[in-house]
Every structure is written in structure tokens, then in C-alpha cells.
Design a protein around this ligand. Structure first.
Ligand code: GRF
Length: 215
């Protein structure tokens, strides 16, 4: 399964996917192209270092429809079958999603449906949550609202600020995104309305994974 990764920034999740691909840990998936909407983003260097094709599609000067058409055109040129949003800071709409039906994944740094949108870690701290985490979900036309494929849980510790919690969540992100891509590439993943079913799994995902509290 040819994967296109869309990034806007530093690309640490991209790196986890590149590392997994190199270690043959993505099952039948390979990273075919990295598409970035910000020239000079760290993700670009990461892709180049890994020897993966890079496309820069800047949103500046394009309306949403034209930007999405340009993205789709680049992804199709690389025969992409699965799209992974990894710190991609633009909302993708129907025009894009219809080109890759049920084949766009996103990672979000909270336990959705709690705390969608920006500053998810800050939202969790301000709400007084004892646990937060990250979610891999299929993308629909809403914001961080599509069917949930997998999640990992981390504690929110007393004294955490946004950066401390984000760093703890990021460790979990880097673990679950490659696992999720491998699962989708296995062909065992089916979307049934709001829910995701995985063939052979007793639950919609393997089991909730609790990150051990850090001392
Ligand atoms: C991650 O926290 C991801 O969950 C969110 O944006 C951040 C991207 O980080 N969507 P990186 O660019 O992958 O390092």
C-alpha cells in the first residue's frame, strides 16, 4: 500500500513512520511521498534524508479547492493509496476526501472525542483531566471527528505544563501511528458507521494501551 504523508512542521510523526518503514515494521505499507505545504518545514529534510520523494504544495495564494486539487494531483502522481496527516495544519474538505474515500488517517494529541482542535494538550490540562493521550482516526469532513482506529493513554501529572504533556503524548504518538498504518495495510480494518472494526480483534482496536506512569 503506497502511503503519502502530509506535514506542515517538524515532522516527528513522519520520522516515526520513516523509521518503521526502514525497519520493515509497516507490513505491506511503504512511504511513497511526503507532501508539505510549508517550504522549509523540518519534515522536508527528514524525508530527503530517508530518500523519500518530497512535494511542496504551498497553500498561499490558492483557495481551498485549488489547494486540495493540487494535493490530490501530487498524491496521485505518486500513486498514493493511503494518506496520513501528520501535523498537517490545514483542514481537508470533501474535495480531498472524495479522492481517497476512507483512506485518510490523522493523528491528534488527545483522547478524542475530548479536546478536538488546536491546543489539545492545553485543553486537557485546563479541564483537569487525569489522563490524556493520542488518537488515530479516519478523517471526515469535521474537525478531528472521524471514526477512531486506535488510541493510547498517558497520565496528566501534577505540575504538567503544555510542553511537558505534549512531550509525553508524543512518545505514544510515535508508537501508535506506525502500528495503525500497518493495520490498515493489512486489509483488516473496516469502517462501519462511526465505528472501526478490525478483523480478528476482540475490540475495535487491540486493547487500550496504558502508558505506565512516568516517575
Ligand atoms: C502532533 O502532536 C500531532 O498529534 C499533531 O501535530 C503534532 C505534529 O508533530 N496533529 P510532528 O510535526 O509530527 O512532530
Amino acid at each position: 500500500m503506497r502511503v503519502g504523508v502530509l506535514c506542515s512542521g517538524r515532522g516527528s510523526n513522519l520520522q516515526s513512520l520513516l523509521d518503521a518503514a526502514k525497519a520493515n515494521a509497516l507490513g505491506g505499507a511503504e512511504i511513497a511521498v511526503v507532501v508539505c505545504n510549508i517550504a522549509g518545514a523540518g519534515a522536508i529534510d527528514r524525508a530527503k534524508t530517508a530518500g523519500v520523494a518530497v512535494e511542496v504544495v504551498e497553500h498561499k495564494g490558492l483557495d481551498r479547492a485549488a489547494f486540495e486539487r493540487a494535493l490530490v494531483e501530487r498524491l496521485r502522481a505518486h500513486r498514493v493509496e493511503l494518506v496520513c496527516l501528520a501535523g498537517f495544519m490545514r483542514i481537508v474538505g470533501r474535495g480531498f476526501l472524495d479522492a481517497f474515500p476512507d483512506r485518510v488517517l490523522n493523528i491528534h494529541p488527545s483522547l478524542l472525542p475530548s479536546f478536538p482542535g488546536l491546543h489539545a494538550q492545553r485543553q486537557a490540562i485546563e479541564a483537569g483531566s487525569r489522563f490524556s493521550g493520542c488518537t488515530i482516526h479516519f478523517v471526515d469532513a469535521g474537525t478531528d471527528s472521524g471514526p477512531i482506529l486506535s488510541q493510547a493513554v498517558v497520565p496528566v501529572l501534577p505540575g504538567d505544563d503544555e510542553d511537558a504533556l505534549a512531550a509525553r503524548i508524543l512518545v505514544a504518538e510515535h508508537r501508535i501511528y506506525p502500528e495503525a498504518v500497518k493495520l490498515v495495510a493489512s486489509g483488516k480494518v473496516h469502517i462501519e458507521g462511526r465505528r472501526v472494526r478490525v478483523d480478528g480483534a476482540a475490540r475495535p482496536d487491540d486493547a487500550p494501551r496504558f502508558h505506565p506512569p512516568l516517575s
